[in-house]
Design a protein around this ligand. Structure first.
Ligand SMILES: [Ca+2]
Ligand SMILES: [Ca+2]
Ligand SMILES: [Ca+2]
Ligand SMILES: [Ca+2]
Length: 265
């Protein structure tokens, strides 16, 4: 884990006046990319899809491994398909609502699933530095949850995993159990780096946000990836204990609500 403040990222993320244009452009790209996702032709996934419509995200193949440095400077990150997460679950007047905005992108190669987050957060806060430390979920965090075999069931089972990663690079990771509970004693092997733009635990200023780059090894997911592989997935953000996610799952560990991550090559 490396925690740094990088001037180029700060400059890029401080372009508030351009953010709206940037986000609008990304949404257009995202909608276009979603329209390009090929429908599942056969198999159990097709049956699942016919029963209910799930959010989908195309995950494009990359032939060169990503450097897990929270600098999304690899060319592949430029053409990876983005999704934008915002907290639209409550009215804008509700004090429990956060105005954080999050861009998530994914890529894959034969070794890893890559996930990148850019989070716009004006007050950076985190305290926990220990793995699985209590209270980590009340820090500023990103989350991802994976149902590797896309079962879309209600059980948080032994194959399902979740990572919370806070600003300080601490993680709370767990996986499910046979009786559908969470086992936080499980520690995963995903690599990640966090880079912040602003001051942590100092509310006298206005922060910009943070970037997280993650590599999850396929061996951890028990998957040999190929084009058209579908995973159940959800992405979330926590802003000092206020949470929102991609699909609106509640609780978050609800694989039946997850979207589909569709590998493409
Ligand atoms: Ca990188
Ligand atoms: Ca925050
Ligand atoms: Ca753990
Ligand atoms: Ca601050």
């Amino acid at each position: 884990m490396r925690l740094t403040i990088h001037n180029s990222v700060i400059q890029m993320m401080q372009c508030h006046s351009k953010k709206g244009v940037l986000l609008a452009g990304m949404v257009v790209v995202f909608l276009f990319a979603q329209a390009c996702i090929r429908p599942t032709a056969h198999g159990s996934s097709a049956k699942t899809q016919s029963a209910r419509s799930y959010k989908q995200l195309a995950c494009l193949y990359v032939s060169t491994p990503m450097a897990i440095d929270a600098k999304l400077q690899e060319p592949a990150w430029q053409w990876a398909v983005p999704i934008i997460l915002t907290d639209d679950s409550l009215s804008s007047q509700d004090p429990r609502r956060t105005d954080n905005q999050v861009m998530v992108k994914t890529l894959w190669d034969m070794e890893n699933l890559y996930i990148a987050y850019r989070v716009w957060d004006h007050d950076l806060r985190a305290k926990v530095t220990r793995r699985d430390g209590p209270g980590l979920s009340r820090d500023d965090i990103v989350e991802f949850l994976i149902d590797p075999h896309n079962k879309k069931d209600s059980c948080w089972g032994p194959e399902d995993i979740i990572y919370h990663i806070n600003l300080l690079g601490a993680t709370k990771d767990d996986r499910g159990t046979e009786d559908c509970k969470s086992d936080a004693t499980w520690n995963g092997n995903a690599r990640f780096t966090v880079q912040v733009s602003g001051s942590i635990n100092d509310s006298t200023d206005v922060d910009t946000g943070y970037t997280v780059e993650v590599a999850v090894p396929w061996t951890e997911l028990g998957i040999t990836p190929s084009a058209d592989t579908r995973l159940g997935i959800d992405f979330g953000n926590g802003d000092s204990g206020i949470f929102f996610d991609w699909v609106g799952a509640w609780p978050f560990r609800s694989p039946e609500a997850f979207g589909d991550l569709v590998l493409q090559k």
